[in-house]
Design a protein around this ligand. Sequence first.
Ligand SMILES: Cc1cc2nc3c(=O)[nH]c(=O)nc-3n(C[C@H](O)[C@H](O)[C@H](O)COP(=O)(O)OP(=O)(O)OC[C@H]3O[C@@H](n4cnc5c(N)ncnc54)[C@H](O)[C@@H]3O)c2cc1C
Ligand code: SF4
Length: 434
Amino acid sequence: MQMDFKTTVYLSVLGGIWVVYYMLRRRKHAKSIGVLAAAQDAGMTEPASLHPLIDPAKCLGCGACVRACPEGDILGLVNGKAVLVEPTQCIGHGACQTACPRDAISLVFGTETRGVDIPVVGPDFQTNVPGIFIAGELGGMGLIRNAIEQGRQTIDSVRKFPGIGRDDILDVIIVGGGPAGFSASLAALQHKLRFVTIEQESFGGTVAHFPRGKVVMTSPAELPIVGKMTFTEVSKENLLSFWEGAARKVGLKIRYGERVEAITSDSMGFTVATTQNNYVSRTVLLAIGRRGTPRRLDVPGEDLSKVVYRLTDPEQYRNMQVLVVGGGDSALEAAGSIAEQTGTVVTLSYRGAAFGRAKLANRQRVDTAEKLGKLKVLLSSTVEQITENKAILSHQGRSITIENDAVVVCVGGILPTPFLESVGIEIEKKYGTR
Ligand SMILES: Cc1cc2nc3c(=O)[nH]c(=O)nc-3n(C[C@H](O)[C@H](O)[C@H](O)COP(=O)(O)OP(=O)(O)OC[C@H]3O[C@@H](n4cnc5c(N)ncnc54)[C@H](O)[C@@H]3O)c2cc1C
Ligand code: SF4
């Protein structure tokens, strides 16, 4: 039986569409497999906190979760099933769970192999230590909107705590100047509490360290005094300048560059020891996030302002001689991106004998920069001293001095768990559960 012309054209078009669809799908699968292999190769297989757990028996492989993730290639399809291909980059948006038509995704903390420490917090955000409250990502719930909402709600609980407003001591010390600490501070101001807010770095918390120009995905949230924050997609810079403008307008003061090091309880409440002061307060609100305190080198000269612990904008290092310290992905990414700027001369110092902990792509980027003469790698080296315009390193038993304008230290962080334990806060380890 012969097909008429129209049917032939129709079937050809249909066939063509199917071939294009098939090719695109294959390409995406191949990309996902590559991303997953790179993550496994670098040992980066453990998500930081809340992340999707996919039930392969229920998964149809429709890819709705992959498309829904606002962070890009975090999920992928491998052998027709959804897989978390970039586990360490997942920030727990949860959009994948909402998008899945088969209910195949649950959001969990930790994995079977690596537990995640989550402090035990009651519905009023109070820990097992009466008077110590936790808000924001430290309590396990990530995302800016949640942090803002929890910061505000926690102050409502603090206001009900016995003794608030009495005696000549602070009502609350808010630790952390990220979205949770910012929102809590505004609420404390609104309710005329006696408070101080202490932040070890600068304004904005983790948001301040997002890459330059990152599009922040969020949902509307209520900021005390300021009103509704209606953004859904906004650049990191615009979000920070909106918050900073609001803080200025209402006269909110935050003590920057001051780190809380210990909290002890006494009959009045708590004594909070920081790098600069001792404060006495009825209650303490910990809004310190989960990213911890950057690890220091502990060498002379480290307090110079040219030393930083995170790279936010590689362009600021144009025409500079920069020392990057560390051997993980963040160090290699920092060194690679600074080396790509005009006029930079980069030295990458790592105490190990090889970059075994970093992704292949980052290792290749460093190799390329080294071959182009933009970057020099000093393996088995340690930093001994930093001065205004030099850095002194020990390299394979020899002392070497290099010209230096800036130092970027990426040697990991000290997680908050030991600090919480020292305060007596109960912690639960979650192994792939909620
Ligand atoms: C790469 C990346 C991209 C992300 N993108 C998004 C996004 O698009 N949308 C979204 O909603 N969320 C996003 N998130 C998550 C979001 O940034 C966090 O959920 C949010 O910042 C948590 O707010 P927080 O106030 O609880 O903690 P943080 O923002 O982490 O702030 C905690 C603050 O406490 C300070 N601190 C810690 N210890 C001490 C101490 N001992 N003394 C004094 N200060 C201390 C820290 O310096 C920090 O400034 C992203 C996260 C990352 C890492
Ligand atoms: S949305 Fe659900 S069914 Fe579709 S690929 Fe993702 S996990 Fe599988």
